[in-house]
Write a protein that binds this ligand. Structure first.
Ligand SMILES: CC(C)(COP(=O)(O)OP(=O)(O)OC[C@H]1O[C@@H](n2cnc3c(N)ncnc32)[C@H](O)[C@@H]1OP(=O)(O)O)[C@@H](O)C(=O)NCCC(=O)NCCS
Length: 167
């Protein structure tokens, strides 16, 4: 278990990651611009294929924080082949029972270190706005708003805020 000043939970590149826990989407579907129904509809093979492709790609970094063999934190970084200077951060999630322990910060640090090593100069992301927004978490990590919020999904009333930081 981690502590308040830095987690001891190992963070590693995954190959392949098990299917993200359902509660990840049940609680945070809006944070990811997805829906629980859409994510649950994917057969396991779809996840296995997605993650195997990501794990094998030099332009992707799927990350997992593990506690006793259980995924308690996830993140995914991708560098677009058409823009090698920009890394995009997706799907940062920490299990509710493991929040405020430094796991999110460790995932972010691993993501930034990998992106820097891969030659990216900027990291970008979009964060859902609203009461449970992770906006402050990212501000705390040096990200700043980059432009105006846009609609999260065509069928959602929520907005998402683009953010960026130099690496
Ligand atoms: C956002 C999230 C990933 C943070 O993970 P976490 O492991 O709890 O964060 P950490 O414990 O590493 O916190 C790192 C720092 O950010 C701060 N922080 C964390 N969550 C915060 C929040 N919601 N608001 C303000 N500050 C926050 C912490 O106080 C800590 O500060 P410190 O460095 O001074 O100690 C987690 O709350 C989560 O999974 N939320 C739901 C999914 C989500 O919204 N994901 C983002 C989609 S873009």
């Amino acid at each position: 278990m981690g502590d308040r000043h830095g987690t001891s939970i190992p963070i590693s590149r995954v190959a392949p990651l098990p299917r993200p826990p359902t509660e990840c989407f049940a609680r945070c579907a809006d944070a990811f611009g997805s829906t629980l129904a859409r994510e649950e509809a994917f057969p396991d093979q779809e996840w296995i294929t997605r993650l195997a492709v990501g794990a094998a790609s030099s332009l992707d970094l799927p990350l997992v924080a593990e506690e006793s063999g259980r995924a308690v934190g996830l993140a995914w970084v991708r560098i677009d082949a058409d823009d090698l200077a920009t890394a995009t951060l997706y799907q940062v999630w920490v299990h509710p029972e493991f929040r405020w322990l430094g796991i999110g910060k460790s995932l972010l640090a691993s993501a930034l270190a990998w992106a820097e090593g891969a030659g990216a100069a900027t990291m970008v992301l979009s964060v859902a706005c609203g009461p449970d927004s992770a906006l402050e978490f990212y501000r705390h990590a040096g990200f700043v708003e980059a432009g105006k919020p846009g609609q999260l999904r065509p069928d959602s009333g929520l907005m998402q805020q683009p953010m960026r930081r130099s690496i």
